[in-house]
Design a protein around this ligand. Structure first.
Ligand SMILES: [Mn+2]
Length: 446
């Protein structure tokens, strides 16, 4: 019996991940919960998305579920709580896995109804000094966790006396992808990439940004995507200077370029690709100049990727590439060293070079851990084989930006690839999607 929605990674892999958590919590107990279904207004809910830590450990895609992992060796070491079958509710909400099928599907010690969690929780955490918790924003569960700390002074009940963020453990585990995950991410990248290629020659047919966004998402689905990594960004003309522009009903103009930043998910794993395409098949001279600078930065930063390098180093390389490009093209007054030192470039490049990618489009960033188990704030660990990151240099000139010549105002160019770090260097998962100016003009030349 396959579990709903995660037949792509075998249960044995999830079981292995849970054993790894048990090892790392070393005598503690851990609680992971599913995301809630949030109400939008009245009878309408927000679309349900599973909490990615919970999904990583279970592959289970229903709300009202929790996983308790206990590492003291007494009693059950893994207990999964979930909703039982309820034909009446299922008539409205769709099928649930239910307890009976869950007992067959999951390699856990116990499967219990979710409604029992409050009653059972105290018993499960008893005797564990530390409770590891990955909060999903459910007040009632937060309350349960705090209540477990609130035992009377000198109580005979040895309840946990510390609560710790379980995400540190999960961040550490999730940052290195296994071959199952890499396969899913390759597929998500292929779906997203092919859809972008397919939609390019169709662009003149679209009226608005929203048209483009919905048609692209439809292509994702046709190619087998099971969702979207984030809300699709489609920004035409000067809208591209706003980093996360939401597509609207603005009419597309042939003289402009369109920035598309989007990602399909496959097996819940994300792709995240950005391309900028000219709406009339060729970039204007000013667009072309900026495009070339950003593309050179993308190429030269990507070449640096290998185990041991940090994202900070890649960012410094990006800043150097972009600043030099701006000065060489006479868009900004030099020398480049002054542009970098004074931070003038931040007016035009105001974000990081990339982020980790996985179940979340902004996957956990691995921080340097200290001997005492705490983390050094803000210090990212160097890249290692199995990491997947995005590389996304960009240049944005506000329509009102008077520090650059008129023809550059309102131009926004960002190019983004997804890159797997390998033991020898890197593998661009989105490498089949054209990115050079010539190749982009070739696929949009109608
Ligand atoms: Mn991104």
């Amino acid at each position: 019996m396959a579990k709903p929605l995660s037949p792509l990674i075998p249960e044995s892999v999830y079981a292995k991940r849970r054993r790894e958590v048990l090892k790392r919590i070393n005598g503690g107990v851990a609680l992971f919960t599913a995301n809630p279904v949030a109400t939008l207004s009245r009878d309408r809910d927000y679309p349900f998305h599973q909490h990615t830590d919970f999904f990583y450990l279970t592959g289970f895609n229903e709300p009202e579920a929790a996983l308790v992992l206990r590492s003291d060796g007494h009693g059950p070491s893994s207990v999964l709580f979930l909703r039982d079958s309820d034909p009446q509710r299922e008539r409205w909400e769709g099928p649930r896995l239910g307890l009976k099928k869950a007992r067959k599907a999951f390699q856990v010690d116990e499967v219990r109804p979710f409604v029992e969690l409050p009653r059972k929780f105290r018993e499960l955490v008893l005797g564990h000094p530390t409770l590891y918790y990955s909060p999903a924003g459910i007040r009632a569960i937060d309350e349960l966790v705090f209540a477990s700390l609130r035992s009377p002074v000198e109580s005979r009940e040895p309840l946990p006396f510390s609560v710790t963020d379980a995400r540190a453990i999960l961040n550490d585990m999730r940052v290195v992808k296994d071959h199952h995950e890499i396969e899913l991410m390759r597929r998500a990248a292929a779906i997203t990439g092919q859809s972008l290629i397919d939609i390019s020659p169709m662009l003149p047919e679209f009226e608005t940004e929203l048209d483009v966004a919905r048609s692209l998402e439809s292509l994702f689905t046709q190619y087998g995507a099971d969702g979207f990594a984030f809300d699709t960004i489609v920004a035409s003309g000067p809208n591209a200077t706003s980093l996360h522009h939401r597509p609207g009903t603005r009419k597309l103009r042939r003289s402009e370029a369109i920035l598309i930043d989007s990602g399909a998910t496959y097996g819940h794993y994300c792709a995240d690709i950005t391309r900028v395409l000219p709406l009339n098949g060729a970039f204007s001279p000013a667009q072309a100049v900026v495009y070339e600078i950003v593309h050179t930065a993308l190429t030269n930063v990507t070449k640096r990727i290998r185990p041991g390098i940090t994202l900070d180093e890649l960012q410094r390389k990006a800043v150097k590439e972009l600043s030099t490009g701006l000065v060489d093209a006479k868009i900004v007054k030099g020398p480049a060293s002054a542009v970098i030192l004074a931070g003038t470039y931040k007016k035009y490049y105001m974000h990081g070079i990339g982020h980790w990618l996985g179940l979340d489009s902004h996957d956990p960033s691995p921080f340097v851990s200290q001997k005492n188990g705490s983390f050094l704030a803000g210090r990212l660990r160097p890249l290692e084989a199995g990491n997947v990151i995005t590389i996304e240099p960009g240049l944005y000139f506000d329509p009102k930006e008077t520090s650059v010549a008129k023809e550059f105002r309102g131009i926004g160019i960002r190019l983004e690839d997804d890159v797997l770090v390998t033991s020898r260097g890197y593998d661009v998962l989105t490498g089949r999607v054209p990115s050079s100016r010539e190749d982009i003009e070739a696929i949009t030349g109608y």
